[in-house]
Design a protein around this ligand. Structure first.
Ligand SMILES: [Zn+2]
Ligand SMILES: [Zn+2]
Length: 445
């Protein structure tokens, strides 16, 4: 089955044996996208054999969506418990999770997230913790985590990804989504254009470090990205067809992550810019911008770096000399200065698990990079869009495209770039540049 040619409904409720050697599936069982989708709540609940939802919202999503949900609950005589988070900006942390566990009604047999990013992340975790299925009624096409099997959380003031289950049912009602704040529409576009980078880096990583790669899943991501980019101009006018295609693309991208069981198909260096900026904000006690807005800006930075790659001629002697003179003590100092509270974990991970700064391992990667350089340039050529045209499109829908528009200093951008290769064991554009001995040489913005 060619995933890229399927409607989302054909991808769920099935096992897909694949040429990559894996059998792909998702725990998502019910999906309804379109105007009036929320009216299918009872049908979705019947499909999951559940009767009484614990519904979680915050004040903003209550104001945006409750007037659509409550009549459906009444009409279908669905008993429920509603919990409105009291914080103005709930964070995906111990405090919110504690609040949810304390409020959870054990008479309920399903958790429904009425929201988007944070509420969806927390409810996935709550459903997992209380061993109930999870559902989501989407309130904004702002990120691609609806159908993914991980939650982006903050633990002990450090950002972590926790893997659990993808929600069992998703209702994406375009009547609700159309009225989402403008910035959340832009954020959804930002989270999608990241896929140009993530698919490109996934292929490069497959070549250089032999990471698992599935062309069928990559094709699904490319198709969902195309769907979103094609309709993007309509987002500025809240065109219902554009909003519907955007949320569908975002859900498909989440399904791709569920299929791969890793975030790789949908997240690359641009997401690490965002992770680092969020970590910096956490350390400083500041609020971060929306995930998709930061990721959008990170995408434009990464596209320029990947374009710069075309001008590089790998220099084996130079790269080996760079790693020979690389000081682990200085690297640790740099990590502590940039990553704050998360630094010690990152340093320990490098020394006990990743060993990416190890000279012998570097030499092996460098061999593969030099032998595969024409292929790497070919991948960049095939996967990358015209960055200027894409930026023009971003500006047309009013999204920020530069770090300055998010009040990020040049230092924060550069530091995020330097530390991006350190926070997970993921081979990124910055990892490739380190291997080439050019991490500190390239223009980042
Ligand atoms: Zn596959
Ligand atoms: Zn994302």
């Amino acid at each position: 089955m060619d995933f890229s040619k399927q409607k989302p409904e054909a991808l769920i409720n099935a096992q897909h044996p694949c040429a990559c050697g894996k059998t792909h599936s998702t725990t998502l069982q019910y999906l309804k996208v379109g105007p009036g989708a929320v009216r299918y709540l009872k049908e979705a609940m019947d499909r999951l054999s559940v009767a009484r939802p614990f519904i979680v919202c915050d004040r903003h999503t209550y104001a945006a969506a409750w007037r659509y949900v409550e009549p459906v609950l009444k009409a279908d005589a669905i008993p429920y418990t509603l919990h409105t988070l009291p914080m103005d900006h709930p964070e995906p942390d111990e405090h919110t999770m504690g609040e949810l566990v304390m409020a959870f009604d054990p008479a309920c047999d399903v958790v429904i997230a009425l929201g988007s990013g944070v509420i969806n992340d927390c409810c996935k975790l709550l459903a997992h913790a209380v061993s109930k299925p999870g559902m989501v009624i989407c309130t904004a096409p702002s990120m691609d985590g609806y159908a993914s099997n991980s939650s982006s959380m903050i633990r002990a003031r450090v950002k972590v990804s926790l893997y659990n289950d993808c929600p069992a049912a998703i209702l994406a009602d375009t009547q609700i989504l159309m009225d989402a704040p403008e910035r959340m529409l832009q954020a959804g576009f930002g989270d999608m254009i990241a896929k140009y980078v993530s698919v490109c880096e996934w292929r490069i990583s497959h070549l250089v470090v032999g990471e698992y790669y599935c062309e069928n899943i990559a094709g699904l991501v490319r198709a969902s990205l195309k769907k979103v980019v094609d309709v993007a101009p309509g987002l500025a006018q809240r065109d219902p067809a554009a909003v519907e295609a955007t949320v569908e693309g975002l859900i498909l991208s989440g399904i791709a992550m569920s299929f791969a069981q890793i975030s790789r198909p949908a997240s690359g260096l641009e997401h690490y810019f965002s992770h680092l900026w969020e970590m910096m904000a956490l350390d400083r006690g500041q609020l971060s911008d929306l995930h998709g807005i930061q990721v959008g800006v990170g995408t434009f930075l990464t596209l320029r770096l990947l374009n710069h790659m075309r001008t590089i001629v790998p220099d084996r002697a130079g790269a080996l000399a760079f790693v020979e003179s690389f000081s682990n003590a200085e690297w640790e100092e740099q990590t502590r200065a940039i990553c704050g509270k998360a630094a010690e974990t990152i340093i320990t991970q490098e020394h006990t698990q990743y060993h990416k700064n190890d000279a012998a391992l570097h030499a092996k990667r460098l061999d593969r990079i030099i032998a595969g350089w024409p292929t790497i340039l070919g991948i960049i050529e095939e996967e990358l869009p015209d960055a200027d045209a894409l930026e023009k499109l971003g500006k047309r829908i009013g999204m920020p495209t530069t770090p300055a528009e998010l009040n990020l200093s040049r230092e924060d951008v550069y530091n995020a770039f330097l530390a991006s290769r350190d926070i997970r064991d993921k081979y990124l554009t910055s990892s490739l540049l380190w291997d080439l001995g050019l991490l500190y040489e390239v223009p980042v913005q």
